[in-house]
Design a protein around this ligand. Structure first.
Ligand SMILES: C[S@@+](CC[C@H](N)C(=O)[O-])C[C@H]1O[C@@H](n2cnc3c(N)ncnc32)[C@H](O)[C@@H]1O
Length: 273
């Protein structure tokens, strides 16, 4: 009986909206890092202090400076920091050596905070020795963000590789968490996933790895909220909220003359979320 009502509601909802609203290929999609960060900063009142972990040659950190962020870039390799300074001299005073898996390095970094945006892109966390170290690294990223901050994290996940291995070797070993591990880490820190999309790159063979290597990873935008952990009883209130968020009965037929289809669809999507 309940199932029949649910199916009827779904049918009535989808038959009541226009084809451009039901068709997902028209959903506006933006995978631009800078657009996304700027939008979340506006919507969530996030500051401009940008901390990059594992920044490598400094290209992203330099671009962040160009976008007006107050940047601090770290890497575990002092030689890479030298390269970053040579490529982007304006980063020179903004570079620190730090190992994201080392609690002492992270405490020293935190003393230079608070940080509004913490980025660890390019699968930095996959450089962990094992799953436990990866989890510590993830917790360190979260701890480095201020109470309302944005985390941008790339992760190669086990399920993105054939056979779902626990690690994968390209010129060196990468530890691969699974979707389940990622979900546990996200929940344990009370993070809100704002955005996730996947990156793909095919590497040519190298001296140490004689085959092409398909690298896939998720790019995730998290909001660290205040309080970081949901209070007791939050699960129950979330259920009530999701019931309230069910599609509302249709009130008006959008008029093609009044607004363009993309705008209408985006606005309607937002109200249903
Ligand atoms: C694939 S590169 C990504 C560089 C840069 N983030 C980008 O996306 O262009 C990974 C970087 O992580 C750094 N890295 C590896 N282990 C690290 C650790 N334990 N702590 C901090 N950085 C680390 C490496 O030195 C390297 O610069």
């Amino acid at each position: 009986m309940r199932d029949a009502r649910r199916r009827r509601e779904i049918r009535d909802y989808y038959l009541g909206i226009s084809p451009d609203e039901i068709t997902s290929h028209l959903t506006p999609a933006s995978f631009d890092l800078w657009d996304s960060v700027a939008r979340y900063r506006r919507e969530l009142q996030i500051g401009a202090r940008w901390l990059e972990i594992g920044g490598g040659m400094g290209d992203l950190a330099a671009a962040a400076l160009d976008h007006g962020y107050d940047v601090l870039m770290t890497d575990v390799q002092a030689k890479l920091l030298d390269t970053a300074a040579a490529r982007h001299p304006r980063l020179r005073t903004r570079l620190r050596r730090a190992d994201i898996f080392d609690a002492r390095d992270v405490a020293a970094l935190a003393a230079q905070g608070p940080f509004s945006i913490v980025a660890a892109v390019g699968a930095v966390l996959n450089h962990a020795r094992d799953q436990s170290e990866l989890a510590h690294g993830f917790d360190h990223l979260v701890a480095l963000g201020e109470p309302s901050s944005l985390l941008v994290v790339d992760l190669m996940l086990s399920e993105m590789f054939p056979g779902h291995p626990a690690s994968v070797w390209a010129d060196f070993l990468h530890v691969l968490p699974g979707f389940g591990d990622l979900a546990r880490l996200t929940r344990a820190s009370g993070l809100h996933v704002l955005e996730a999309h996947s990156l793909y790159h095919r590497y040519p063979p190298t001296a140490t790895f004689d085959r092409e290597f398909d690298e896939r990873m998720l790019r995730l935008f998290f909001h660290k909220r205040i309080p970081a952990r949901p209070p007791r009883g939050a699960a129950r209130s979330l259920v009530r909220e999701s019931r309230r968020a069910r599609p509302a009965p249709r009130r008006r037929v959008p008029s093609p003359a009044s607004d363009p289809p993309g705008t209408r669809r985006a606005a309607r999507r937002r109200s249903r979320a």
